[in-house]
Design a protein around this ligand. Structure first.
Ligand code: AKG
Ligand code: FE2
Length: 238
């Protein structure tokens, strides 16, 4: 039996907190929205416990650079009926139904309220059981999301660092061909080409525009992170 949580009718009780959002323009049509206190703290712990217990987590075999390996985190996939199958790293997850997990529909509703006009219809869930679990550098640029996917990421539990790194631009690839002397990366370059966010319990981070085309992201291993983190990424399959 699943419980029905009140997240949609009970947004963060302190409007000064829930409303605080930072928009970061990454340039060239890529944008990040960061809402550190998106969901109320206690509600978020109830959701954490529910997700930890009720979601049918698996740790699948995936293929990375032609080699099979166990994905370094637990995962599950939920999607509306009739969508094309998701496939990543040689793995095709089974799509569970929203109806089986009503609290996910509440979180989805809260996300839609915060991002009017979005129409998320699928959800990839990740569980990092300790600081040893991670997601490697990648972009969510699968064709089924289209050229400018909006991805809304809600985090619960242990805080972890989320990194963004600009992909090498076409121009710099041309530069390489011309064998221009390598230039030492300046501090300014690093600030412009890399971003870091601490994803807190109950936070929402949104990647939109050309972020998947032009940037990679990762959640690196962190020896000091001992507790479990659960992350939900809502996506729109075309
Ligand atoms: O756990 C996170 O914050 C990110 C997960 C992610 O990038 C993904 O599922 O594609
Ligand atoms: Fe991702």
């Amino acid at each position: 039996m699943s419980i029905r949580l009140q997240v949609s009718t009970n947004p963060n009780p302190n409007p000064n907190e829930s409303g605080k959002r930072r928009t970061l323009d990454l340039g060239n049509g890529s944008e990040i929205i960061d809402i550190p206190r998106f969901l109320p703290f206690d509600e978020s712990w109830k959701l954490f416990d529910y997700l930890d217990k009720e979601i049918p987590w698996t740790r699948p075999l995936i293929r990375v650079f032609g080699r099979s390996c166990i994905q370094p985190r637990d995962t599950c996939y939920v999607a509306s009926v009739g969508l094309p199958d998701l496939r990543y790293s040689g793995y095709q997850p089974r799509a569970y139904s929203w109806d089986e997990y009503p609290p996910l529909k509440d979180i989805l509703e809260a996300v839609h309220k915060a991002l009017p006009g979005s129409g998320f219809n699928s959800l990839l869930l990740n569980r990092y059981k300790s600081g040893n679990d991670y997601v490697a550098w990648h972009s969510d640029d699968e064709k089924l999301y289209g050229p400018t996917p909006e991805i809304a990421s809600v985090s619960f539990g242990c805080e972890r660092e989320f990194l963004l790194r600009k992909k090498p631009s076409k121009t710099s690839q041309v530069d390489k061909c011309k064998e221009e002397p390598a230039r030492k990366r300046s501090k300014k370059d690093n600030d412009v080409n890399q971003q870091s966010f601490t994803l807190k319990h109950g936070s929402l981070l949104v990647m939109r525009g050309y972020t998947q085309r032009d940037w990679s992201h990762s959640v690196p291993k962190r020896a000091k992170a001992e507790a479990t983190r659960i992350n939900l990424t809502f996506r729109h399959v075309l």
